[in-house]
Write a protein that binds this ligand. Sequence first.
Ligand SMILES: [Cu+2]
Length: 116
Amino acid sequence: MKRTFQLLAVLGALAFLTFPAKSYADSDVSLAASMGSFAPNAIELHAGETTTLHLTSTEGVHWLKSDDLGIPMTTIRPGSIATVLVTPKRAGTYVLHCQMFCGPGHESMTITVTVV
Ligand SMILES: [Cu+2]
């Protein structure tokens, strides 16, 4: 009985961690930064729909921001997930750059966001 309870507690915690802001957003996109790139480096969002971005890093500290898309300056660091809600207003192609010098490969750190 105690074992069953423990299992339920673990499953509950996993569900919470896996679907953090599900009730607020239409969809989720996960991005992982490393030295020199974001993976994926191109994503598609929908105008007028809210997407939750889950941002983490596998290597180094990076920063993301977009005035056009309403993404506030966000620090992306290893071992944690930064959650940002984004609701693009207009269709178009937006190229986001890492916002502060992070080390080798910084110049190539871009994410192309296509809003349809
Ligand atoms: Cu950088």
